[in-house]
Design a protein around this ligand. Structure first.
Ligand code: NAD
Length: 507
């Protein structure tokens, strides 16, 4: 199915550059990558790939800017973030159009992504409150003890292709608010959103150099990981790369949070409303063509209602409108690249060979010849030994595994390598509470299929879905981007001063 794409010459297409010290800067490495329009299959731009020297320049710019930025008043930082929020609201259609053009997601979905990213900016606007430390007056006689949260310095943010606006906002809103400077390395597949956000941050009043973008691939990532002046790395992407970034970053003594892949199970108990569960499963499995880390990729149908649930899901699929994200009628766009579309299609073929039933096959009746489209696919009678169950497919493919009992369903979820999100559909409050208590997954939905926490909680999976100690954004985001200093203070009081060689006791 792969189409051969001719390498365009430099003058044919738009060039996507870096953003350093408040301006667009052309790459100097001589390396670049194609940026496709996934709806047509055409190369629409070339993105510069940074060499280690360019990453070094970005880090030095950031380090210089951070020295002043960390001393900027909290009220001023908050003011800039409020203005950035307003600019994103004003330009959300422009940003959404960029997402559709490079990622392929439909416009309404792109607007949803921006709204969920913006929540994090709104959270960070409260930075004066979020950075309040503790204060203990008279911890000992004449002695006060207090704590302050200070920024780390320069932080590297490395983001995946599937949320080119939201995931960077998860990171940079809090990182900047806490007084750090940021070097963002966005996905090379859809890099333009990062540059529009950089321009809007500048218009909001953020000093140049506090937010920088280096475009690139693994060379740029390695240069960020290895750079001695990068204090921390915040990463979101696939599990093998998350593990790699975590291990290499922590080996350098850096603070690292690395969020990885997922295989999110939706358990449907026999008492659930079948129509409601089917609507939720279809929305959560096929939204954004399944390219969401919180997409439902496995439905665990418990007990006798499995046949009716599979029938209800299958009945809904032919009605989904697959097409270019720019068409307001489309509900599901293309996949990100031809290679990825072919990989997902190969999973469907392998699942069939390994004994799964292909109830609805998305490889047929595609909306158009060009572009990286694949239709919604439903696989039934999937078992845990099949590749389609074991691997993250990251496409519009929903697997149904049948379980005889609740305990069997729970064991399946808990036995999975990943632990990002999960959901239970039931009318039984006791079963839902038990599930919430027993399940080894970081984010749980009760009759909610995609339980992405609001920005004032934190986002993070367990097991192979997250490497590190802190979750992303919310209170954990503030903890990640700051370090605590505790001050013990005594003001000289000549009236009580004396020499005392004893070990100081706080009594
Ligand atoms: P990816 O791991 O291929 O890429 C993520 C980032 O790492 C990109 O910036 C990329 O340039 C860089 N990278 C890729 N290969 C590298 C290498 N060998 N060395 C160093 N850096 C490298 O992920 P992706 O395909 O862009 O995104 C999809 C994946 O991200 C899925 O697995 C999805 O589940 C996951 N994801 C997870 C979350 C979460 O919150 N847990 C959120 C979104 C996406």
């Amino acid at each position: 199915m792969t189409q051969t794409v001719p390498e365009p010459s430099a003058q044919d297409v738009r060039r996507i550059n870096h953003w350093l010290n408040g301006q667009h800067v052309a790459g100097t490495s001589g390396r670049a990558g194609n940026v496709f329009n996934p709806a047509t299959g055409e190369v629409q731009a070339r993105v510069d790939f940074a060499a280690p020297e360019e990453v070094d320049l970005a880090v030095r710019i950031a380090a210089e800017a951070q020295r002043t930025w960390r001393a900027t008043a909290l009220s001023k930082r908050s003011d800039i973030l409020f203005r950035f929020r307003e600019l994103i609201v004003q330009h959300r259609d422009d940003l959404a159009r960029l997402l559709t053009l490079e990622h392929g997601k439909v416009h309404a979905d792109a607007l949803g992504e921006i709204a969920r990213g913006l929540e994090n900016v709104e959270f960070a606007c409260g930075i004066p409150h979020l950075l309040k430390g503790g204060y203990s007056e008279q911890a000992a006689s004449g002695i006060d003890v207090y704590s302050v949260q200070q920024p780390l310095g320069v932080v590297g943010c490395i983001t995946p292709f599937n949320f080119p606006a939201m995931v960077p906002m998860w990171m940079f809103a809090n990182a900047i608010a806490c007084g750090n400077a940021v070097v963002l390395k966005p996905s090379e597949k859809d890099p333009s959103a990062s540059l529009l956000m950089a321009e809007l941050l500048q218009r909001a009043g953020l000093p140049d150099g506090v937010f920088n973008v280096v475009q690139g691939d693994r060379v740029a990532v390695d240069a960020l990981i290895d750079h001695p002046e990068v204090a921390a790395l915040s990463f979101v992407g696939s599990t093998p790369i998350a593990r790699y970034v975590y291990e290499r970053g922590t080996a350098h003594g850096k603070r690292v949070q690395a969020l990885g892949g997922a295989k999110n199970h939706m358990v449907v108990l026999p008492d659930a409303d079948i129509g409601l569960a089917a609507d939720a499963a279809v929305s959560a499995a096929y939204g954004s063509a399944g390219e969401r880390c919180m997409a439902i990729s496995v439905v665990v149908a418990v007990g006798a209602s499995a046949d009716s649930l599979v029938a209800a899901i299958a009945e809904r699929l032919p009605r989904l409108r697959v097409g270019p994200g720019t068409d307001p009628e489309s509900e599901m766009g293309p996949l990100i690249t031809a290679e990825h579309r072919d990989r997902v299609a190969a999973h469907i073929a392998a699942a069939q060979q390994q004994g799964a039933s292909v109830v609805v096959d998305g490889r047929h009746n595609l909306p158009q010849e060009q572009g990286f489209f694949l239709g919604a696919t439903l696989l039934d009678h999937v078992t845990p030994d099949m590749d389609c169950y074991r691997e993250e497919i990251f496409g519009p493919v929903l697997c149904v595994v049948r379980a005889a009992t609740y305990d069997e369903a729970l064991a399946l979820v808990n036995g999975n390598l990943y632990g990002n999100g999960t959901a239970i559909f039931t009318r039984d409050g006791g079963a839902a509470r038990r599930f919430q208590f027993d399940v080894t997954v970081g984010m749980v939905g009760i009759n909610v299929p995609i339980p992405v926490p609001v920005a004032y909680y934190s986002f993070g999976g367990w097991k192979a879905s997250l490497f590190g100690d802190t979750h992303m954004y919310g209170p954990d985001g503030i903890r990640f981007f700051t370090r605590t200093k505790v001050v013990t203070s005594k003001w000289p009081d000549p009236a009580t001063s004396r020499v005392d060689l004893g070990f100081p006791q706080m009594r």
